[in-house]
Design a protein around this ligand. Structure first.
Ligand SMILES: Nc1ncnc2c1ncn2[C@@H]1O[C@H](COP(=O)(O)OP(=O)(O)OP(=O)(O)O)[C@@H](O)[C@H]1O
Ligand SMILES: [Mg+2]
Length: 453
């Protein structure tokens, strides 16, 4: 009698604990999906998808796709699913190939596997000899998510330099750049990937301070002013060639050196952006034009100046925002000095880790897989945070740029268009998210040492 009462009580306790955990998890997920996904959601999703999707159908699909190998005794050898990990948009299925197979065998049937698993696209990566990762894109949040131009701060005082909203994250939240703690920003993207809209988005958020003189923009657009020529009136300095770019860089460094000395003498350790000590933002649209595709003399003088700008002016409000198409070491020798790194669509898989850091592509930043029809989409990596974030910047049109210039130069009395973001639609994100509370990540280390069979 007593025994069954204890069992019954234990039962109740376990059930209530499970209920509390589910309610707490669901509330966490509803209140803060990005953090929930980062710490719990992707683990749950990976676990779920491993057992319910990938593992369950694997042998059958591998057989149909011709990936099962038969030996001379008639025994069938199938590649083995070792582990599944998951980010918001991609699943990564780690596979041990059968001996004698090669990644090309999987490449040949990728489309079939993607279709079978209802993925939007698939790609294969070699992780180490005998082991590959099949990556399946399971959703594209930006297909249906509108990314409106964010509203502008009303006044210079309401500009938060630590939170300059320029677009949306894959979770549908505002995405902001941080020029206070995030310091310098490196933007890598192939031609047409949307670097321009990121840069203009940032400039636009600074507009009230630019107008008031507490932020000054130093812009080098060495491609003849194609991208930023329209804004020359609102920039403190503007250069449209490599020679004038070098002059601008010299003046930038001189100005900040002088400020550093002045503030040092006054005992000011960290300046606040104001008319007397403006934040000086240096924007270089194509770094390669100043470091590689220019005369040796220009590059030789420019690089140390840029290195100085990246290392010495944090406290005196010098910030650098650089864009580049090919993030080689020759092009951006000082990549590591940019704490905020963004990879838009890139031409080569190897460029992803060059931009975001070692191993970040393996953690889901497949920037080389961003389709051409999605300009403005990229992956962001903040120092000190493991997971890359998929983000899209809002598009700043030519009309928006003209209005911005007029606003900053005071040649208009009409306030800048302040678009309110449309009411959130129950679009892919909202719907998919509810359906996806299942998700899980899984690590099955033991399996890795087993032979495929
Ligand atoms: N955030 C965005 N949303 C939607 N469309 C965009 C976005 N950004 C850019 N586009 C579209 O993509 C085109 C190319 O973008 P953009 O000029 O910014 O590329 P880029 O990376 O600066 O290229 P390049 O290196 O050639 O200068 C734009 O003309 C625009 O039509
Ligand atoms: Mg451009």
């Amino acid at each position: 009698m007593l025994g069954s009462a204890v069992v019954w009580l234990g039962y109740l306790v376990v059930l209530s604990a499970a209920g509390v955990a589910v309610v707490a998890g669901a509330s966490w997920c509803l209140l803060d999906r990005p953090t929930f996904d980062r710490f719990a959601g992707r683990l749950l999703r990976a676990w779920w998808r491993r057992w319910v999707v990938y593992q369950r159908q694997w042998f059958d699909l591998a057989y149909r796709a011709g990936l099962v190998v038969t030996d001379h005794r008639g025994r069938a050898w199938a590649p083995k699913v070792l582990r599944v990990s998951s980010s918001w948009c991609w699943d990564h299925v780690r596979i041990r190939m059968v001996k004698t197979q090669e990644p090309g065998d999987f490449e040949a049937v990728l489309e079939r596997l993607a279709n079978a698993y209802r993925a939007r696209r698939a790609t294969v990566r070699t992780l180490k000899p005998g082991v590959i990762s099949l990556d399946f894109q399971i959703r594209e949040p930006f297909d249906e998510m509108p990314v409106p131009l964010p509203p502008l701060p009303e006044s210079p005082e309401s500009v938060d330099l630590g939170r300059l909203v320029i677009g949306r994250t894959e979770y549908g939240r505002d995405f902001a750049l941080d020029l206070l703690r995030g310091l310098h920003v490196l933007l890598a993207g192939a031609t047409g990937s949307g670097k321009g809209s990121w840069l203009w988005g940032l400039i636009r958020q600074l507009a009230p301070m630019v107008r008031a003189g507490s932020v000054r923009l130093w812009v080098i657009d060495p491609k003849g002013g194609m991208e930023f020529g329209a804004g020359r009136e609102m920039f403190h300095r503007f250069a449209d060639s490599d020679e004038t770019g070098l002059d601008l860089m010299r003046e930038y460094v001189e100005t900040l050196d002088t400020r550093k000395e002045d503030l040092g003498r006054q005992g000011v350790r960290t300046a606040t952006a104001s008319l007397a000590t403006p934040m000086d933002v240096l924007i270089v649209d194509e770094l390669a034009a100043m470091t590689q595709y220019c005369t040796r003399d220009i590059a030789r003088e420019f690089e140390p100046l840029l290195g100085k700008a990246l290392t010495q002016y944090r406290a005196v409000l010098g910030r650098v925002v650089g864009a580049v198409q090919e993030p080689h070491k020759d092009t951006v020798p000082m990549r590591g000095l940019f704490p905020t790194k963004i990879a838009l669509r890139l031409d080569e898989a190897s460029y992803v880790d060059m931009t975001l850091g070692e191993g970040v592509r393996d953690r889901g930043a497949l920037a080389d897989q961003i389709p051409e029809i999605m300009p403005g989409v990229g992956y962001v990596k903040h120092d000190g945070r493991r997971e890359p974030l998929r983000v899209r910047a809002a598009f700043t049109s030519d009309d928006d740029i003209a209005a911005l210039v007029a606003y900053c130069t005071g040649s208009t009395i009409t306030p800048l268009r302040r678009e309110q973001p449309p009411a959130p639609r129950r679009s892919a994100i909202a719907e998919a998210t509810e359906a996806d509370i299942e998700s899980i990540d899984f690590f099955d280390g033991d399996d890795e040492d087993h032979d495929a069979a």
